[in-house]
Design a protein around this ligand. Structure first.
Ligand code: BEZ
Ligand code: FE
Length: 288
């Protein structure tokens, strides 16, 4: 087609898609370009604005690395990551939530009842629950990969003061599906703002804060892997998470308990001398 106009360019693009391309690729490319073109027509996008958009993408690419995934962060703050999560979340299972950029593969084994707090300050948090199927039966042999920030709000990969795997642990649960560990109460923290995503947040007048959370990836053979987070119900950022990760069923109460009520069978049993926090969070996995 040589007589391309602003009104027919979208159909011209679709006409260039060849017949024998995979149907899903065709569907996605056609819809993507339809929305891109409609966006430009609707906003009457100028050359300068288009250039700024390209510079944003170039800026993301320039700082993209093993430890810094600026495109993912862009998707997170625009709500796309959470929208994709919710499109594929199952109503009868625990909600999924953003993975974020700070998960590290190869975390050290953490026994059921183990401790991630070590000598970090702040009150002990005891987190426990059962990994269940959608009928409420415990899933034997499930695996739970846990990570969070240190009390300074930094993940190990952001902080030279911490070991590579500080506040990361991989737990294999027993036949009763029960997991339990001690840690510190996570704190709210900001997503990285020193790159192009920070500029977008600024331009929109948005803050970069996330409510405090524990991250879990829960896996079991025959079940859909769940990437999720747990939030305390008193966090000031619960209703304004900059990456849209909060779901009702992921918000839990952290109860304060007396040292004498600290249970047996934990790495810290007999060593907790002050009041501690306790959160119970059962995880429901859907079958594959
Ligand atoms: C996180 O929770 O680790 C996270 C999620 C999305 C963007 C940045 C951080
Ligand atoms: Fe996080």
């Amino acid at each position: 087609m040589r007589n391309v106009t602003k009104d027919n360019i979208t159909d011209v693009f679709k006409g260039y898609l060849v017949d024998d391309m995979p149907p899903r690729t065709r569907e996605i490319m056609a819809a993507l370009v339809q929305h891109l073109h409609d966006f430009a027509r609707e906003t009457n996008l100028t050359h300068d604005e288009w250039r700024q958009g390209i510079e944003f993408l170039e800026g993301c690419a320039a700082i993209e690395s093993e430890d810094r995934h600026e495109f993912v962060l862009a998707s997170d703050v625009l709500g796309l990551s959470s929208l994709v999560d919710m499109l594929h979340s199952r109503d009868d299972a625990t909600s999924s939530s953003v993975l974020g950029p700070f998960h590290v593969s190869g975390a050290p084994a953490l026994d059921v009842g183990g401790d991630m707090k070590r000598n970090f300050g702040g009150p002990v948090l005891l987190a426990e629950g059962v990994i269940k199927d959608t009928d409420g039966n415990p899933i034997a042999g499930a695996e739970i990969d846990i990570w969070q920030t240190a009390p300074n709000g930094l993940y190990a990969s952001q902080d030279e003061e911490q070991d590579t795997f500080s506040f990361h642990g991989l737990m294999n649960v027993g036949d009763d599906g029960r997991y339990a560990f001690t840690t510190v109460k996570p704190v709210e923290y900001t997503v990285p703002t020193d790159g192009p995503v920070g500029a977008i947040l600024d331009a929109c007048g948005r803050h970069p804060w996330r409510p405090s959370h524990l991250h879990y990836i829960v896996k079991a053979p025959g079940y859909r892997t769940l990437v999720t987070e747990i939030f305390p119900d008193d966090d000031p950022y619960l209703d304004q998470d900059t990456v849209f990760g909060v779901r009702n069923d992921l918000v839990m109460t952290y109860h304060t308990k007396q040292a004498a009520d600290f249970p047996e069978g934990m790495a810290l049993s007999g060593k907790v001398t002050e009041s501690f926090l306790s959160v119970k969070f059962d995880v429901v996995l859907a079958k594959e």
